[in-house]
Design a protein around this ligand. Structure first.
Ligand code: NAG
Ligand code: NAG
Ligand code: NAG
Ligand code: NAG
Ligand code: NAG
Length: 905
């Protein structure tokens, strides 16, 4: 999407690594203070008035003992022979002291072999499984990884990314290959060495196979090593941290430590697309608030090659940091990498859900992770240069590797996900939660989206669960709209509106887009000061994306030349209808107002599918369209009508035509539903904003039959029977329905946990049950789990949360033994083993990594592995690009390329 023609070998200044904010020093005690906030004290045991007793001599003896010592015998415990459940009503129900006295007599009876007073067990909840007490890693910085721990129990950081919960489902990044495109990676770092993969690495700067960073006194080249640790540092190795995908393979491509050219970028993006699954990049053009730059011609082709051919046709996954230019007023739409449909662009929020000072807004941001904030807020701990460990990693550089790690978990859950499936899953599972922004809006597909955070905070557990059951998204269709070449002046201080009614290629079978994914606007604008421009796009569903905000430092007079702005805000909406482009020029004081800007050309490119990408149950069409009639929207459009009516009211003739069918007996001033003098059913809106007659009230409102008006439900209610707090019948997204009180709450009260599985009223608060039980919504009581589960979310074998003793977790089930091609692996923090696939090309094994026992046909066993491969084809993709562009025939390229071309013949 570069504004200029291909420059080929043109040398560009090195892109800015997005870790720069790390330089700020801060007092260590502040960090300690802040870190202690999330770590709750370990819970003390709570004793109940129930006992488990092992009795010799059968049920008769048990009955005798119980009555002799004043207990109620509740019978044998499950199918455990000789074990009985005793209850003592005179003992305190819940106490932090275990009971003595009387119970000692029972203990001393010769027929009693063993007894145990029952403790209240901490219940593992379905959506709040991350229990830091359950997982103990010996990595010294584990306790400081606040964004892994913060759970619902701590007010301080209520919503989390659910990473440990994804591990508990058995996903740790096994067999997924990640590379970090950066300034190198310290391959000998003790926390990286075990997962380091030389086949996922290359040194583009020096054209060899060793991606180790160049060391200098300022440790300038630490960035790649820091990012790599976040993704795949080894767990429980007594060193530094735990990576998000701590069993993934990690490599590095050293490419930022030298002149970065189109060739360098193309080569880096094209390293072994068949072998590497995810490329993580935390760099881009200068975030200085005045640059407009993107991938050159070769880098663009490398992206396209990766998407089409990478991962054996499923498409390479490119994850990008959205940029750190917030302080400079930069807008990530001027960065052609984050703005590309092929990259997953990620933003950051602080642990308090606030906007960090470095955040860049734009409509192409897909989702968000936690990262650093102000000096007193948390930073990120990770591996550092010279075998070190740092507590000071910051900025959006943190966010791209976090999402890279989470995607690695998703790819382990479902290795067949395409590059677009991954984006769908992120859109579907990310949530706004408590992230603060004043521009959250609900799009026409019912998804909340913001220019700061995209679709919100990523959710690792939800993404692996969705990935597991995800069916491939329908084929991508691309509908390229015709270019509007009518030149339009953009007078200073004015807004130019231009519309395009699109049928979204309805007549072309191969291009027809019904449901949108990405939307791209290609524009050519002449302007004497580019930073004064603002551009907005409104979709047929009424969703407004800000494609460009004003940039105070951008004084360029080059305008935009075929620049492509991208928005993801219309994801899931219908494509057909009227699209409106608004360009506003707000001159800064230094400009000659005589020199008008000019919109020379624009066109719309719609990406999406002809069929719905997934079942509609999770997608709220009907409700969303109604939500569009939000008062704020009506205000802007109706205010204009209202005003013009006021001005001409004197001359207006009496209207005598037909009224809208919703109008009541008093008649109307015009044919529309907003021109009625009264309504048959309900009026919606206010005097100020304008009223419209409707036959029934939209969601979020209820019909007041006396006043014949639609009135608002309480905040958070989707439907209600009245205004009261307790009259909600269903709740909006991100609220939970508390059935006992009929209210919509953000956080479920103690004794209840939030259940997001589909219920009649959406997500709800469900009572907690005893261990081994789950809450049955049909029966409205706790019922017993399947015998293979220790805890569960439902009655089935596939609904275990934790497996019972002697069962292993295999896919979704708890099984007595792993099947062929899998081995039972201990997973840190889990009381049971998980069946994990053997290494590639190995048919039976005792573990991963050189523990193969039998190879698949056509492979031979060598030191426990089934394959050997060398590093000779590193430049293969580049060579194809070079060949197809006939670059070796151009003089300037002879030195640069032909050496590479020879390598591959
Ligand atoms: C464009 O959208 C932004 C964010 O929604 C809004 O603040 C701004 O006023 C809009 N600009 C125009 C010209 O409508
Ligand atoms: C869609 O719904 C059908 C029937 O309800 C179900 O069988 C199918 O698995 C669902 N597909 C997805 C992707 O959820
Ligand atoms: C980590 O290793 C220690 C031994 O150093 C072990 O006691 C502990 O259980 C391990 N933790 C996990 C989660 O496996
Ligand atoms: C096999 O492993 C042993 C010990 O780890 C090592 O000494 C030997 O060189 C390896 N052989 C091959 C062929 O890699
Ligand atoms: C398994 O074999 C295939 C085909 O030869 C090869 O491409 C792949 O790299 C091998 N996997 C591993 C982990 O060695």
């Amino acid at each position: 999407a570069g504004p200029s023609l291909p420059t080929g070998a043109g040398q560009r200044p090195p892109p800015a690594a997005r870790g720069r904010p790390a330089m700020r020093p801060y007092a260590p005690w502040l960090l300690l203070l802040a870190l202690s906030a999330c770590l709750a004290a370990p819970a003390r045991p709570v004793y109940t008035n129930h006992w488990a007793v092992r009795v010799l001599g059968g049920p008769g003896e048990a009955a005798r003992l119980a009555s002799a010592y004043g207990y109620l015998n509740l019978g044998q415990i499950g199918n455990l022979e000789n074990y009985y459940h005793f209850h003592h009503s005179k003992t305190m129900k819940r106490s932090t002291l275990s009971s003595r006295g009387r119970h000692n007599f029972l203990r001393m009876d010769p027929k009693v072999q063993w007894l145990q007073q029952q403790e209240v067990k901490r219940r593992v909840k379905r959506h709040v499984q991350s229990d830091p007490h359950l997982i103990h890693f010996n990595d010294p910085m584990w306790s400081k990884m606040w964004y892994m721990h913060c759970g619902d129990k701590s007010k301080h950081c209520r919503s989390e990314m659910n990473i440990p919960a994804a591990w508990q489902r058995g996903y740790t990044g096994k067999n997924v290959v990640v590379t970090i495109l950066d300034d190198g990676i310290e391959t000998s770092h003790p926390d990286l060495i075990q997962n380091y993969d030389p086949l996922a690495s290359y040194d583009v700067n020096d054209n060899d196979c060793d991606p180790s960073p160049r060391y200098d006194t300022s440790n300038e080249n630490k960035h790649g090593t820091r990012c790599a640790g976040q993704v795949a540092a080894k767990a429980n190795n007594s060193n530094c941290i735990v990576g998000i995908a701590y069993n993934a393979r990690i490599g590095g491509v050293r490419m930022l430590d030298g002149d970065v050219t189109d060739v360098v970028e193309a080569k880096s993006l094209g390293i072994r697309p068949d072998y590497i699954d995810i490329y993580s990049a935390s760099w881009g053009p200068d975030d200085d608030g005045k640059t407009v730059d993107g991938p050159g011609e070769l880098a663009k082709q490398a992206f396209e090659y990766g998407i089409k051919k990478g991962r054996k046709g499923l498409g390479s996954i490119f994850v990008w940091a959205s940029g750190n230019g917030g302080r400079e007023g930069d807008h990530c739409s001027c960065d052609g990498y984050t703005n590309s449909i092929y990259t997953i662009s990620i933003s950051s929020s602080t642990d308090n859900g606030l906007k960090p000072w470095y955040l860049e807004e734009c409509a192409s941001t897909l989702a968000t992770t936690y990262s650093s904030g102000a000096f007193y807020e948390h930073k990120i701990v990770t591996t550092d240069l010279r075998h070190g460990c740092t507590e000071g990693h910051t900025g959006t550089s943190v966010s791209a590797p976090i999402v890279t790690g989470i995607i690695a978990l998703a790819l382990e859950a479902n290795p067949l996900l395409t590059w677009r499936d991954v984006q769908h899953l992120i859109v579907k599972t990310s949530r706004p939660l408590h992230l603060k922004a004043d521009d959250w809006k609900t799009n026409g597909a019912g998804r909340k989206v913001s220019h700061l955070y995209g679709f919100g905070l990523v959710n690792a557990e939800a993404i692996v669960m969705e990935a597991k059951k995800w069916k491939k998204a329908p084929t991508q269709h691309v509908c390229i709209g015709s270019s509007d070449k009518t030149p339009r002046d953009i007078p200073a201080g004015h807004t130019v509106h231009t519309t395009s009614v699109s049928n979204a290629c309805a007549n072309h079978y191969e291009q027809r887009v019904v449901y949108l994914e990405h939307v791209v606007v290609r524009v050519t604008i002449e302007h004497s000061r580019r930073g004064d421009l603002q551009i907005n796009l409104t979709s047929p569903s009424g969703t407004e994306s800000q494609l460009l905000a004003r940039r105070a430092f951008d004084i360029s007079n080059e305008g935009f030349k075929n620049w492509e702005f991208m928005t993801v805000h219309c994801w899931g909406e219908k494509a057909e209808g009227e699209w409106t482009l608004k360009i506003q020029d707000t001159p800064s004081h230094m400009r000659n107002p005589e020199r008008k800007g000019k919109l020379k050309e624009w066109s719309l490119i719609l990406y999406g599918t002809a069929e719905h990408p997934y079942n509609t149950t999770g997608f709220h069409h009907s409700r969303s369209r109604m939500l569009e009639i939000s008062p704020s929207k009506m205000e802007s459009s109706k205010a204009v009508i209202f005003q013009s009516q006021m001005e001409v009211v004197e001359e207006e003739d009496e209207y005598s035509g037909p009224c809208h069918p919703e109008c009541g007996d008093k008649g109307c001033d015009g044919p529309n539903a907003d021109q009625c003098l009264n309504c048959i059913h309900y009026s919606l809106g206010s005097v100020k904003a304008g009223r419209v007659c409707v036959s029934s009230c939209p969601s979020g409102y209820f019909g007041d039959n006396t006043a014949k008006r639609c009135r608002r439900c309480q905040k958070g209610c989707e439907t209600c029977t009245g205004r009261g707090r307790d009259q909600c019948t269903s709740c909006r997204r991100s609220f939970y329905h508390h059935q006992e009180t009929n209210t919509c709450v953000m956080v479920c009260p103690p004794g209840f946990y939030s259940d997001e599985s589909k219920a009649v009223n959406g997500a709800g608060c469900v009572p907690e049950c005893q261990p081994g039980m789950y809450f049955s919504k049909g029966a409205r009581k706790c019922e017993r789990c399947h015998l293979s589960c220790q805890t569960c979310a439902g009655p089935g074998k596939e609904e275990c949360i934790q497996c019972a003793k002697d069962f292993h977790l295999h896919e979704w089930r708890c099984v007595p033994a792993c099947s062929q091609g899998f081995y039972a692996e201990e997973v840190p923090g889990l009381p049971y083993k998980v069946c994990t696939r053997c290494d590639d090309n190995c048919s039976s094994c005792e573990g991963s990594r050189k523990n193969c026992v039998k190879c698949k046909e056509g492979f031979s066993l060598q030191n426990g592995s089934c394959i050997t491969k060398t590093c000779t084809d590193a430049g293969k993709t580049l060579c194809e690009l070079v060949k197809s562009n006939k670059l070796c025939e151009r003089k300037v390229f002879v030195w640069l390329c032909c050496q590479t071309c020879l390598m591959a013949g």
